[in-house]
Design a protein around this ligand. Structure first.
Ligand SMILES: NC(=O)c1ccc[n+]([C@@H]2O[C@H](COP(=O)([O-])OP(=O)(O)OC[C@H]3O[C@@H](n4cnc5c(N)ncnc54)[C@H](OP(=O)(O)O)[C@@H]3O)[C@@H](O)[C@H]2O)c1
Length: 511
């Protein structure tokens, strides 16, 4: 805490880099489908390079890139080497083992060649038959690749190996039905225990800190329920527009891109019951139990509980920016939503009657992900309303990004003769309390997949339940059941989203 509260004794102690403290995974070969793509270049290779630089990869390690682009091994090695800083000799040494298979995923020959490269790596590099397959390609091909791997016997470890795992990128389906089709395809080829579905939000240190805050402290958990909490708000705000991914975004929209996965995960961790054990099964069981308690909206009621918006031209960070419909690869009459606000209800003993407001949008004033718990007011304010105009409800804000931390807002007396009250804040900042570097989400998740820890990956029943909640909203919007509202880029979203709370005599907490 940075204000009047007692500072932790070890505040300010530099913790170095988190990756210097993690163990080496066992020998393995990682196969990246989509090796020439955007995600591999921007996230996967830099994350692997960081793991390599910090000695968090096994010595017997190789990446095999698979894509159509006609690269040879050396081309791929050059790309991989470029993902790290200049001084990374550890990474460069690993990159010498990397291989590339140019081929179409629909052709069996691609997988014949992949198999012989993997056998060769076991022989020459000592990758020991252990495999980590990463689906960083277009989602329509997830099932095709999984089935081809099984057909070639690659869904099991190679000779002497102990694991073959499949990491699956988002999106996991476009709705419940397509997610179930994908599940059936993957389950024909891999057991559920071999499948690691990525939601990179789960790899963020501060998302996991929600669990520490709630379940390692006796002051918060007793008030974390309907007896004390008035409402919960989750905001995932992006400053960016669609950048170069207009074509992708046109098919997705904010509800599929952010709410079904990231928002639902944050919501589940914020509201779930304490697990008996903080392990993969304990946490995932509680998350899915909570998601089952979220009331599934009626298609007819969507207009009253959800708002969809799209940004028009405006100003962000002092720069003029175009309307969504004027972005590259976006239809001039597009009805894709770039903003969603919803009021959800969680019907269980802990949360019945407490509204959960969630919102996400592109081209909002700043990038910020935050959870706010607003507490009920005191039953009687003996100081009188006139002296308490600047006193807001007690609240806890968990800042997930950026400027990670926790802020507690409460009332204090303003110095002076009158008993005037004002809200003040007590702040905990991650960066101040723990100087040193934490791992990036992809670094942490890749390492977890390599050591076989599925805790931060999404289980099939969680995906299905999250789709069950958002499907009726998608259906209602597909039927044009609620109007598309507009907001100017650089504002906090459409007026209708404010009305959603104003109807309940509440307001959004803007981060
Ligand atoms: N990019 C991001 O910021 C981001 C963020 C979160 C999640 N994701 C997810 O990550 C995945 C990949 O996204 P991306 O943006 O990296 O896509 P991308 O740039 O379009 O890359 C697609 C990759 O798949 C390969 N590919 C496509 N069709 C193929 C085929 N028939 N046979 C063989 N290779 C084929 C491409 O190879 P060639 O180009 O060589 O043909 C390329 O390497 C998607 O599921 C996406 O939703 C991406």
């Amino acid at each position: 805490m940075t204000s009047t509260a007692a500072a932790p004794a070890r505040r300010g102690q530099n913790h170095g880099h988190e990756l210097d403290r993690v163990g080496k995974p066992p020998p393995l070969a990682m196969v990246v489908f989509g090796a020439s793509g955007d995600l591999t270049a921007r996230k996967l290779l830099p994350a692997l390079a960081a793991l390599g630089e910090h000695g968090a990869l096994p010595d017997e390690f190789a990446v095999v890139g698979v894509a159509r682009t006609e690269w040879g091994d050396d081309d791929f090695r050059r790309v991989a080497a470029g993902a790290a800083g200049d001084h990374s000799s550890r990474w460069r040494k690993l990159v010498d083992n990397f291989r590339y298979v140019a081929g179409e995923y629909g052709h069996p020959d691609t997988f014949d060649r992949l198999k012989s490269v993997l056998d060769d790596l076991d022989d020459k590099v000592g990758t020991s038959g252990n495999r980590l397959y990463y689906l960083a390609t277009i989602p329509d091909l997830f099932g095709v690749v999984a089935e081809a791997l099984a057909h070639h016997g690659c869904n099991k470890p190679g000779a002497g190996g102990t694991f073959a795992r499949l990491v699956v990128e988002k999106p996991y389906g476009d709705d419940l039905e397509s997610a179930q089709v994908l599940d059936r395809q993957l389950h024909k080829a891999f057991e559920e225990s071999q499948i690691y579905r990525i939601d990179h939000y789960m790899g963020k240190e501060t998302v996991q800190n929600v669990l520490a805050l709630r379940f390692a402290n006796s002051v918060f958990e007793p008030v974390w329920n309907r007896r004390y909490v008035d409402n919960v708000q989750i905001t995932v705000a992006e400053e960016l527009g669609v950048e170069h991914r207009g074509g992708f975004y046109e098919r997705a929209g904010a509800l599929r891109d952010i709410v079904q996965n990231h928002v639902m995960q944050v919501l589940a961790l914020t509201l779930m019951e304490p697990p008996a054990l903080m392990d993969a099964q304990g946490i995932r069981d509680e998350k899915v139990k909570l998601l089952r308690a979220v009331v599934v909206p009626e298609v007819e009621a969507v207009t009253t509980m959800a708002v969809r918006g799209q940004y028009g031209a405006g100003t962000v960070g002092g720069q003029g920016v175009p309307a969504y419909r004027d972005e590259q690869d976006v239809a001039p009459d597009s009805t894709t939503e770039t903003y969603v606000a919803m009021k959800l209800a969680v019907e269980n003993w802990r949360w019945a009657g407490v509204p959960v407001y969630v919102r996400t949008g592109k081209r909002l004033p700043k990038r910020a992900t935050e959870v706010a718990l607003e507490f009920q007011r005191v039953p009687h304010l003996a100081f009188g309303q006139r002296l308490a105009r600047e006193l807001h409800a007690n609240s806890i804000f968990v800042r997930i990004q950026p400027d990670e931390g926790v802020r507690l807002v409460f009332g204090a007396k303003v110095p002076g003769e009158e008993f005037r009250l004002r809200s003040v804040g007590m702040d905990f900042s991650y960066a101040q309390a723990f100087p040193g570097s934490t791992a990036d989400a992809y670094e942490r998740l890749l390492h977890d997949a390599m050591i076989g820890d599925p805790t931060l990956f999404i289980r099939t029943d969680e995906v299905a339940q999250a789709w069950t909640i958002v499907d009726p909203i998608l259906d209602a919007w597909a039927e044009d059941g609620s109007p598309l509202t507009r907001y100017a880029a650089g504002t906090w979203g459409p007026h209708e989203a404010d009305l959603l709370l104003a109807r309940d005599l509440r307001e959004w907490h803007d981060p």
